[in-house]
Design a protein around this ligand. Structure first.
Ligand code: XMP
Length: 504
């Protein structure tokens, strides 16, 4: 495997995904926690960082144990750090270098750059630049703007690149990573969904034996794939619980229960909507709503799980991006995401997370390999608190009904027009606004809704989806004509950042 040492860059996860796309297993580890005595490590990548090497708070680490033992590739800060700590010079770039550049000259015979095309576009994102490298470092590439865009330490398997090969806009970035991972480190590219399933099922059997396991299903991809995987490993010893808090999409509870039954899962469906509507009555503040739903969910789940005798494990569909120890620089909570955190302690259960090493796209590949239906696998992400965070202000059954109907028209429309799989997620937001309209000869004074559809690869950043006008016109018309209580439809054209995907 490859170890990616994380110095806090926003693109560290992307490096991980690219390496996995090369069918090679990798782990992202905080910069100062390199695993000791792991004979499966074949190479190390040093990530970028929001810091400058000379910031007093910059992440610094002694690499002497790693250097010489494994091949190393430093990216951006990683490259600057290697150079700087060996006597090279790093200085603020005259103009901050963001965006595209082109490889103007490079050593075609250097193994790292094999197969890279002349003038290949690379993506820069740095405030600093390497202005001088130590004597034993050899420059191997320059761009039109940056003299030392890549180097190798002479006589060593150590490289540094100033640009970001992991981002989509670096045209030959994947080739460069492949050269490092496969040709330099000798990784065998044998990480596949089928091999993952085989080894995970064997591990789960060994880990769980005859123990009983309970799992919370949400209707989403992650928990569903986790359930099918566990079902394959331990069959009837797995009980799944699907809680309906009343804020799911229209008919979602019924449809998803049917899907789960077809998959042969043992599922208990709990309609707890009354409890949630009662507790949420009159509450308008977004974080307060989230807390009520999070806590209510744990209470309901706890009661149901206690009905199962001798349960020892709580399984969850946690995936890799949720587990990577993040080097948060600011520590601000933007939104408290709803999950079952706190449950295992409360219930005194051991935790089983069979997907904790997978990225989202890998979870989908595993789901397909397990034979799950495509509509379950390609389902858009949906927030745990559901429509509650899409109804701005307080929540009532009537508002949920309006939103479910409008949302259903939008989502079904996306499917009918072949647009569903082109967007990352979509939904409707019920605004706390009424506006005047006219229907026939009647004046109306009804609600406004906003449609939201975004493109994204990981929900960390997102852009509003450029949906065809004809489509939006049709959806708007259908919503206003068919959903009683709505007389105005708007489209949200904010990107993330600075907005977020959900409104609350
Ligand atoms: P934001 O609104 O922060 O959302 O841009 C990013 C992604 O997370 C989803 N989301 C949630 N998912 N529990 C979840 O499991 C939550 O409480 C929650 N809140 C937001 C959101 O739909 C988007 O995909």
């Amino acid at each position: 495997k490859i170890i990616i040492l994380d110095f806090g860059s926003q693109t560290t996860q992307l490096i991980g995904r690219r390496v996995r796309e090369l069918d090679t297993y990798c782990e992202i580890i905080p910069y100062n926690k390199f695993p000791k005595d792991d004979s499966t490590i074949k190479g190390v990548i040093l990530s970028g960082s929001p810091f400058s090497v000379y910031d007093k708070d910059a992440f610094k680490v002694d690499l002497s144990e790693i250097r010489g033992k494994y091949p190393i590739l430093g990216i951006c800060y990683g490259a600057q750090y290697l150079s700087y700590t060996n006597g090279g010079k790093v200085e603020p770039a005259g103009t901050r270098e963001y965006g595209r550049a082109h490889l103007a000259s490079f050593c075609k015979d250097n193994v790292l750059l094999k197969g890279v095309r002349d003038g290949s576009q690379v993506w820069m994102s740095h405030g600093d630049t390497i202005t001088a490298i130590p004597d034993n470092f050899k420059k191997i590439a320059s761009t039109d703007k940056v003299e030392i865009a890549a180097y190798q330490i002479e006589g060593e398997q150590v490289w540094g690149v100033q640009f970001h090969p992991e981002v989509f806009h670096s045209e030959d970035g994947t080739q460069i990573l492949r050269n490092f991972v496969v040709d330099v480190c000798g990784c065998k590219q044998d990480w596949s969904p089928a091999s993952f399933i085989e080894s995970t099922v064997a591990e789960l059997k060994a880990q769980l034996g005859d123990d009983k396991v309970v799992l919370g299903l949400s209707g989403g991809v992650d928990s569903s794939v986790a359930a099918v995987l566990l079902n394959k490993a331990i069959g009837k010893n797995l009980t799944c619980i699907f809680v309906d808090h009343g804020m799911l999409r229209k008919n979602e509870f019924k449809n998803v229960m049917k899907d789960y039954e077809c998959l042969g899962l043992n599922v208990i469906g709990v309609d707890a909507s009354e409890k949630f509507f009662t507790e949420l009555a009159g509450v308008a503040e977004p974080e307060a709503k989230r807390k009520i739903i999070g806590k209510g969910f744990i209470d309901v789940f706890d009661v149901e799980a206690h009905k199962i005798k001798d349960v020892k494990w709580l399984a969850q569909g946690t995936i890799y991006p949720d587990c990577i120890e993040s080097l948060s620089i600011t520590g601000t909570v933007i939104k408290s995401h709803h999950n079952v955190g706190g449950l295992p302690e409360k219930m005194n259960l051991k935790l089983c997370e069979p997907l904790r090493l997978l990225f989202k796209d890998e979870v989908r590949r595993v789901g397909r390999e397990l034979g799950m239906p495509e509509h379950l696998i390609t389902r858009h992400p949906f927030p745990g608190p559901g429509l509650a965070v899409r109804i701005l202000g307080d929540i009532t059954r009537e508002k949920v009904r309006i939103l479910q109907d409008a949302d259903d028209i939008f989502i079904q429309g996306l499917r009918d027009w072949g647009l569903y799989d082109k967007v990352w997620q979509a939904g409707v937001i019920l605004l706390p606004v009424q506006s005047v309209g006219v229907m026939g000869d009647e004046r109306t004074y009804e609600r406004a809704v906003a449609l939201r559809a975004v493109t994204s690869t990981d929900a960390m950043t997102a852009d509003w989806a450029h949906l065809p006008y004809e489509f939006m016109g049709k959806v708007s018309n259908d919503i206003i004509n068919k959903v009683k209580g709505v007389n105005r439809v708007t489209y949200d054209i904010s990107s993330k950042p600075p907005a977020t995907i959900e409104w609350e």
